[in-house]
Design a protein around this ligand. Structure first.
Ligand SMILES: Nc1ncnc2c1ncn2[C@@H]1O[C@H](COP(=O)(O)OP(=O)(O)OP(=O)(O)O)[C@@H](O)[C@H]1O
Length: 545
């Protein structure tokens, strides 16, 4: 289903799109719909109420309000569109270049953008009016220049995030030119956020433009909604109703744009996390017991399947190790269960149930509700999963408040309790610390505390100790085992370390090149491996030790 269709299925999306369409049509056909020219005035009619052919009456100069409203809308919306076009033309290409290439252009562009954002917009607009004249269109070009950083920062941030993704590397290695990579792989990622940003920035541009005109900074000779507000405000004592029409037009347009942006965002986020393509055979999977049950799971990236038909089970209260060498598909399997495959990754076959609920094809909103509350995740690199700009406490408090609806004080108490449970010696101090002030081992404990915060039933830990030194590794594994036993958690432990498996796991699944080659109890698999690949893995460990 296209994003547009999904947006229109959303009641707010449909209502806001209809309101915007009606406003746009009205202002487009202003000359045909207006009873008279917007500037035609007759002092005899000043402040006169509605009359035949003039449904909204007349303003202080005897001009027809409906005509001014329609023509004013043309100028207000046209001005906002011009500001938006300038902002897009400057912000998007600069953001793409800075995010993709980095280097000196990124530094220079980011520096310029910071400078623009530091300038007080009103002062710049006043100065440009004095220098360039008061034409509304010139002011809108300047406004576009001032809002361009919003697009630059958005695009640069997203592009910088994906430029080192493996699929971009793969495209580079396969000889695609930069232009083709940007057009094929990068623009797809930034398209949706840009559309949402356009709706939001349009509202802001309309508001700013109306504000300028209201303050009398615009040209004054062109009808706009802001200029109408200004005129109505001067006569507020005599005829307060004059404020109503331009105020309503502005309120409706800005409100509809914000609601449309929200509906668009919902439509884009609500896409099934991993759609099963229409041509995939409709395999009916039996209802299954157990906390996590994966059947015939296949994950693919454009042109390549990386997980081929994985079966996996985790029951409440057991730790299952998913082992295999680097690149064997362990993380992709875990991501598919969590519903967080990267943008291009898709589940192309199979079924995943968590507590009996099928999650393949589940709308993102529903999947998000499961994450944290039913299934939680402990990632590989503790430090890069903590935001350096916030204290540990605030990073743990916010999700708890959001998910459990606790007050700030209750959430704080819960976080301190969790920090104590993950064996952090001084929880108060850790709560106040920033990530750079704590060690890697403590960061991993913090992430485990975060994962435990909403009492999940299934924990997926992806190489939780890889980034830690041996002593801390043992402590963190001990902690995981203790929490698992105390809470009866099911744990899927992704690892390439057979020592960890021997130490911690009840059962183990061995993965190679996207397939499970052997499963069994940890004891069985480690003492009498059946598959040659498992034997080779085990042999390699024994050789090293
Ligand atoms: N974003 C992506 N685009 C395309 N291919 C990807 C992407 N991410 C992973 N892959 C491919 O999927 C395969 C499985 O990767 P995965 O990360 O699951 O391996 P892994 O077993 O977890 O390895 P590691 O232990 O190194 O994390 C790899 O061949 C990898 O190149």
């Amino acid at each position: 289903m296209s994003t547009l269709f999904k947006t229109l299925r959303h009641p707010l999306g449909l209502a806001s799109a209809l309101v915007l369409a009606a406003i746009l049509l009205a202002v487009l056909f202003a000359p045909a719909l207006s009873p008279q020219a917007p500037d035609a005035s007759s002092l005899r009619d000043a402040f006169a109420g509605p009359a035949a052919g003039h449904p909204l009456g007349f303003d202080s100069a005897g001009r027809d309000i409906l005509s001014r409203l329609l023509h004013g809308g043309r100028n207000t919306l046209g001005g906002a569109a011009l500001a938006l076009a300038v902002a897009l033309a400057l912000g998007v290409p600069a953001g793409l270049l800075a995010g993709y290439y980095g280097g000196w252009f990124d530094s220079a562009a980011s520096w310029t953008v910071n400078l623009i954002m530091a300038l007080p917009a009103m002062v710049v607009l006043l100065a440009s009016r004095a220098i360039l004249g008061s034409t509304v269109w010139v002011l809108m070009v300047v406004l576009g220049f001032l809002v361009a950083p919003a697009f630059f920062r958005l695009v640069r941030g997203i592009v910088a995030g994906v430029r080192n993704e493996l699929y971009v590397d793969a495209a580079r290695v396969s000889g695609l030119s930069d232009t083709r990579i940007v057009a094929r792989h990068i623009l797809v990622v930034v398209r949706a956020p840009i559309i949402i940003q356009i709706a939001l920035v349009s509202g802001i541009a309309i508001g700013l433009q109306a504000g300028l005109e209201f303050l009398g900074i615009g040209s004054g000779d062109v009808p706009t909604w802001g200029a109408m507000l200004n005129e109505a405000f001067k006569n507020i004592q005599r005829e307060p109703l004059l404020l109503l029409w331009p105020g309503l037009a502005l309120g409706l347009t800005s409100g509809a744009l914000v609601l449309l942006a929200a509906a668009l965002r919902d439509a884009l986020e609500d896409r099934p996390a991993a759609p099963v393509p229409a041509r995939a055979p409709a395999v009916v999977h039996e209802p299954r017991e157990g906390l996590l049950s994966v059947r015939d799971l296949a994950v693919a990236y454009p042109g390549r399947e990386v997980v081929h038909g994985v079966d996996l089970d985790v029951r409440a209260g057991e730790i299952v190790g998913l082992v295999g060498e680097s690149g064997s598909g362990k993380t992709q399997t875990a991501f598919a269960v969590l519903g967080i495959l990267p943008e291009n990754g898709r589940i192309v076959r199979g079924s995943i149930t968590i507590e009996g609920e099928e999650v393949v094809g589940l709308p993102e909103r529903r999947h998000r509700a499961l994450r944290g509350t039913v299934v939680a995740y402990v990632p590989q690199e503790p430090m890069s999963n903590l935001d350096p700009a916030f204290t540990i406490g605030s990073q743990l408090v916010e999700p708890i408040r959001h998910k459990l609806g606790l007050s700030r004080a209750e959430a704080r108490a819960r976080v301190l309790e969790l920090l104590a449970q993950v064996e952090i010696a001084d929880p108060e101090r850790a709560f106040r610390s920033y990530p750079h002030e704590i060690s890697g081992g403590m960061a991993q404990r913090v992430l485990i505390a975060g994962a435990m915060s909403c009492d999940p039933k299934l924990l997926i830990a992806d190489e939780p100790t890889t980034a830690l030194d041996v002593r801390v590794q043992a402590e963190v594994l001990g902690l995981l085992r203790r929490l698992q036993a105390e809470r009866g958690l099911g744990v899927l432990l992704v690892t390439h370390n057979l020592g960890v498996v021997a130490d911690l796991c009840d059962r183990v699944a061995v993965m190679r090149e996207g397939r499970i080659v052997e499963t069994g109890t940890a004891e069985q698999v480690l003492s009498a491996p059946e598959d040659p690949y498992t034997r080779k893995l085990l042999g390699a460990v024994l050789e090293v030790s």
